[in-house]
Design a protein around this ligand. Structure first.
Ligand code: MCA
Ligand code: AMP
Length: 507
């Protein structure tokens, strides 16, 4: 089954109804959505892309960007979304690794993106801007608005999501049509979507959260989306009385609560506030419940597995716990020998189910390493069943995430791999070595911090180093703080003790 065909079954009968309302007052009907995705799918077909071709997209959020995604799925190609913050070196890696047949970028980036793409053998580079312009729409506009969605097999790739590795470069998680539609179907029921729901959409659409969890949720339910280009608390509050569901990373809820205009009255029609991508502090959970009168629903997901565990829609939502395995998804917590842990024992979280990805793009060894012999995917997260949560006890079948075995920082819902940032810092003149850690941050949950040791006799300037990094890597990866020190703490084996650094700088 093609993922689009599954989503389409949920579209409302009345195609003149509004599918997307934008922050600047535009309305797109379901018929607009169908016709636009058909035109774009016809364009993709007219380019004669080979079977299984990747379509890499780095564009600002817009309804048309969503249509391009849906068109890629309709036409049976593989969608590869890329964070708009990525700079040339990052883009070069993704494009060289994925070898897309088509790259779509913003017109302001065309000169450098097209250079990178052409060098990597990409045949076509088109542009799409967030004001309904660009060569993609110019060309698609001339084509038919009818398209027969391509039949695909469940196991065919629908998307590749790059997710960085703790060692080495980013890995492309290959998600199939079935991974995505089965998750969307399960979540529609589990989160109790009803006719009349309206989704307030303020997440980026180049990650699982904004694209597959949020947008799929509304599409498969035939629900209208109120479409904001980014998180803007004033806009959220303005549109909230006309909405029923919001999905966000914890920063959304921290910022909403900090705004005096956010209250029960504004949220009067809201049925569900969902949080994920990073740990939701119990303090945020509790304050939200007190101020708004309903608990945030926290869930747990990964690029490799889409959603796997969630607090229930109907049933207790426990602060400090991510809830229960989703129907059809098996989750276990195991010790070092892959033996299941008892309630309250801490171990590694592993998962099996129709949601689990097909493997890492062109990395069979890495894929094999991340699965146990009996087919469980190792999430790299550490947790326990039940135990203490939010000052009380979580039920024994509720999962609590207590940490990560992977060296990963999650800042405002974006993943930052210390190793990657250390690589850029270590390459700078005068740097002997560096350690990058996550420190608590009131807005982003965790913030990136770098501790740097200069070479003997070298003088380093923290501001200049940050300025250099800003020209090299995505803005969310830039350390919010960079300290220059004479040495790093090490254990007897000579390994840098990041736990000591975290303690030292945590305040
Ligand atoms: C922006 N900045 C950040 C972040 N975002 N720094 C650290 N972490 C961030 N997340 C920096 C910018 O570089 C800038 O720095 C300054 O902060 C303000 O930037 P601005 O663009 O104004 O920020 P914002 O628009 O307020 O964005 C913050 C945000 C955004 C709303 C939290 O980062 C966001 O939408 N995050 C959601 C990410 C997401 O969708 N993750 C899901 C991944 P300067 O001024 O120095 O330039 S999917 C996933 O994890 C799994 C599957 C799951 O379970 O969902
Ligand atoms: P990504 O690589 O962007 O797919 O990020 C996936 C990671 O985000 C997971 O492995 C977790 O470490 C983290 N994550 C997602 N949701 C939650 C949550 N509710 N609580 C804690 N961590 C989370």
């Amino acid at each position: 089954m093609n993922l689009y065909s599954v989503l389409e079954k949920g579209f409302p009968k009345d195609k003149s109804a509004c599918a997307i309302e934008t922050h600047d007052g535009l309305y797109y009907s379901w018929s607009d959505l169908e016709r636009a995705t058909a035109k774009l799918a016809n364009l993709l077909k007219s380019l004669k892309l080979p079977a299984g071709a990747r379509v890499a997209v780095q564009v600002e959020k817009s309804p048309e960007a969503l249509f391009l995604y849906l068109a890629t799925i309709r036409a049976g190609y593989v969608y590869l979304p890329l964070n708009t913050a990525y700079q040339a070196a990052e883009m070069q890696y993704f494009i060289e690794n994925a070898e897309p047949a088509l790259v779509v970028c913003s017109s302001k980036n065309y000169s450098w993106v097209s250079k990178v793409a052409t060098k990597a053998g990409t045949k076509h580079v088109l542009t799409l801007d967030d004001n309904r312009t660009g060569t993609l729409l110019e060309r698609a506009g001339k084509l038919s608005d009818v398209f027969k969605t391509v039949t695909t097999k469940d196991d065919d790739l629908a998307a590749i999501l790059y997710t960085s590795g703790t060692t080495g470069r980013s890995k492309g998680a290959m998600l199939t049509h079935k991974n995505l539609y089965s998750n969307a179907q399960v979540l529609q029921k589990y989160w109790g979507w009803v006719k009349g729901d309206v989704l307030l959409h303020a997440l980026p659409i180049f990650h699982v959260h904004g694209l597959f969890v949020a947008a799929h949720g509304a599409l498969i339910n035939g629900s209208k989306m109120i479409w904001l280009p980014r998180l803007d608390v004033a806009q959220l509050i303005h549109h909230m009385p006309n909405s029923t569901v919001l999905m966000g990373v914890p920063t959304f809820y921290v910022r909403l609560l900090a705004d005096k205009g956010f209250n029960k009255e504004v949220a009067r029609n809201m049925r569900l506030f969902i949080s994920g991508s990073a740990p939701l502090l119990t303090e945020t959970f509790n304050t939200f419940k007190k101020v708004i009168g309903q608990p945030i629903l926290e869930r747990y997901g990964m690029s490799e597995t889409v959603m796997l565990v969630s607090n229930p829609c109907k049933g207790p939502r426990v602060g400090g716990s991510v809830g229960l395995p989703l129907p059809g998804v098996k989750v276990r917590v195991v010790d070092d020998k892959n033996k299941p842990c008892g309630v309250n024992d801490i171990g590694s979280i592993q998962v099996k189910g129709p949601n689990v990805f097909k493997g890492y793009w062109r990395m069979p060894e890495k894929t094999a390493e991340e699965f146990t012999k009996d087919g469980w995917f190792k999430t790299g997260d550490v947790g326990r069943w039940g135990g203490e949560a939010n000052g009380g006890k979580a039920p024994n079948d509720y999962l609590c995430i207590v940490g990560r075995s992977k060296d990963l920082i999650i800042s405002g819902g974006y993943n930052v791999y210390p190793k990657e940032i250390e690589g850029f810092i270590d390459d700078m003149d005068g740097v002997d070595e560096s350690a990058v850690i996550g420190i608590p941050h009131p807005d982003f949950g965790e913030a990136v911090m770098a501790i740097v040791v200069p070479k003997a006799g070298a003088k380093l300037n923290a501001d200049a180093m940050i300025a250099t990094l800003k020209t090299q890597i995505a803005n969310f990866k830039i350390p919010k703080r960079l300290e220059i020190v004479s040495d790093l703490p090490r254990n007897a084996m000579g390994k840098v003790q990041k736990n000591i650094l975290r303690q030292q700088y945590s305040s």
